[in-house]
Design a protein around this ligand. Structure first.
Ligand code: DQA
Length: 179
């Protein structure tokens, strides 16, 4: 599009972003479950905060939790068909075990952000592997309930204006010495 200086350009109106927020096993226990690791905030409180943050950005969220791997796989796999534009997910312990969830994350074709309340990399060795991470555009971990908020803000920014792909190779200018 070419424009003249001072010309007002109206960009094509886009649908407001809809984000699916998914939490996996045992996260319904937040607030009571090992508060020294996961904090005192409940999942309902996190969902309320995300709804507020999304609204402030002209977006909306639908938040769900399940202990069932199959249900999580269905929700994520069908997220695009269900009209979502992105997925924010805390897969809980399935992070470290579920190839099915990784496949669903790839299959849905949507930008997906993985979040964790704790920092799994700083905990037991079995938490260091994430199958979901390979299908994610980003990962936020270790900020307690704020990991969800930061993850959502990042995802909404990405949906508004995707980050450019990293250049494969940086250009190196070779300066020749004048003879
Ligand atoms: C968790 C980290 C996982 O290792 C653990 O199994 C959880 C919660 C987190 O949010 O810190 O259930 O995903």
């Amino acid at each position: 599009m070419t424009t003249r200086p001072g010309e007002v350009v109206s960009l094509p109106r886009r649908e407001p972003p809809r984000v699916l927020v998914v939490s996996g096993p045992n996260l319904q226990l937040l607030g009571h479950r090992e508060p020294e690791i996961y904090g005192a905030t409940t999942l309902d409180e996190i969902h309320a905060r995300l709804t507020e943050v999304a609204r402030g950005d002209g977006a909306s969220v639908v938040a769900r939790q399940s202990n069932s791997e199959g249900e999580l796989v269905t929700w994520v796999g069908e997220a695009a068909r269900d009209g979502f534009h992105g997925v924010l997910i805390n897969p809980g312990a399935y992070t470290h075990t579920s190839i099915a969830l990784f496949d669903a994350a790839r299959a849905c074709g949507l930008p997906l952000v993985e979040v964790h309340l704790s920092n799994p990399d700083a905990r037991e060795a079995f938490r260091r592997r994430s199958f979901v991470a390979r299908a994610a555009i980003a990962r936020v971990a270790g900020f307690g309930w704020r990991s969800y908020e930061l993850g959502l803000l990042g995802l909404l920014a990405h949906l508004g204006r995707p980050a450019p792909r990293a250049r494969a190779r940086a250009k190196v200018a070779v300066l020749k010495k004048p003879r």
